[in-house]
Design a protein around this ligand. Structure first.
Ligand SMILES: Nc1ncnc2c1ncn2[C@@H]1O[C@H](COP(=O)(O)OP(=O)(O)OP(=O)(O)O)[C@@H](O)[C@H]1O
Ligand SMILES: [Mg+2]
Length: 257
């Protein structure tokens, strides 16, 4: 197995860590067969990679052996964003699926305990020819046997179909919504697209909620990405209440914008 160094800081403020804690606790109770999870959203920049990385880091701290698969084969910026340095030639998912390397060459043990990575390796012009294949499915099933949890960072399902194809090999999906940006219609379409795969949507994460947007001027005068502070009812926003379990959705408790 190769080595990877993740140099970016993953620490969150109090409200952020509480929100991620809630998401991960919910995931832990989703069932023991929910191990392979794809993370997608409607549009670029909603925070899929951020949420994926935070879930991986949180679950690893809980003692789970977690693999983060970068499946944004068209336009991944994960390595640059998280200052990830890979050993060897930096081969990854693209090389593996195109038969240019073996599984162990595309797997990287990171400097964070219990965190493993499978980078894309290289951008691909036609990712579907690699993803919508039995080989991809076999790969995901194989890593699902080896790791306690496999989080797959996918492109936005509102733009390309890759995430839905990836979901077919997974046990569940998570939809990331950007607060005050994701439109109801776009979310409905993304939801339908993901549901057509037959893989359950485990929940939504309402991301990039700023305190100033939810607050009244009287009590809140500053904002962070999740909102935090003395007066912040942090349970109301950030990720925590944006995440809902499938049963809640069926009972009509969905938190669509
Ligand atoms: N909750 C958050 N708090 C702070 N920064 C965030 C948060 N969510 C996302 N970001 C920042 O927003 C930017 C976009 O996030 P990210 O790269 O995770 O989005 P993405 O949905 O994966 O984008 P893409 O569609 O390009 O893959 C990044 O700079 C990231 O650090
Ligand atoms: Mg991303």
């Amino acid at each position: 197995m190769q080595r990877a160094e993740i140099n970016a800081k993953l620490d969150l403020d109090y409200a952020g860590s509480e929100a991620i804690n809630t998401i991960c606790s919910n995931l832990m109770f989703s069932g023991k067969n929910i191990k392979k999870i794809v993370v997608t959203s409607c549009e670029p920049n909603d925070g899929k990679s951020f949420v994926a990385m935070q879930i991986v880091s949180n679950m690893a701290k809980r003692g789970k052996k977690v693999l983060l698969v970068d499946a944004d084969l068209r336009l991944s910026v994960l390595n640059a964003h998280y200052e990830i340095k890979l050993s060897g030639q930096g081969v990854g998912l693209a090389h593996l699926l195109s038969g240019q390397c073996m599984l162990e060459d595309a797997l990287y043990q990171s400097n964070i305990p219990n965190v493993y990575l499978m980078p894309i390796g290289t951008d691909v012009q036609a990712p579907l020819s690699l993803i919508a294949t039995p080989d991809f499915d076999r790969l995901i099933q194989a890593v699902g046997e080896t790791f306690d949890l496999v989080i797959i960072d996918a492109p936005p399902v509102g733009l390309v179909i890759d995430a839905a194809e990836i979901a077919r090999s997974c046990d569940g999906s998570i939809l990331v919504l950007e607060y005050a940006k994701t439109h109801r219609r776009a979310l409905q379409e993304a939801k339908q697209q993901m549901e057509r795969t037959g893989t359950p949507i485990l929940g939504c994460v309402l991301n990039k909620v700023t305190m100033d947007r939810l607050s009244t001027k009287k009590y809140y005068s500053y904002g962070g990405k999740y909102g935090y502070g003395k007066y912040g009812k942090y349970g109301r926003y950030g990720y925590s209440k944006g995440y809902y379990r499938r049963e809640d959705e069926q009972k009509g408790k969905k938190k669509d914008k």
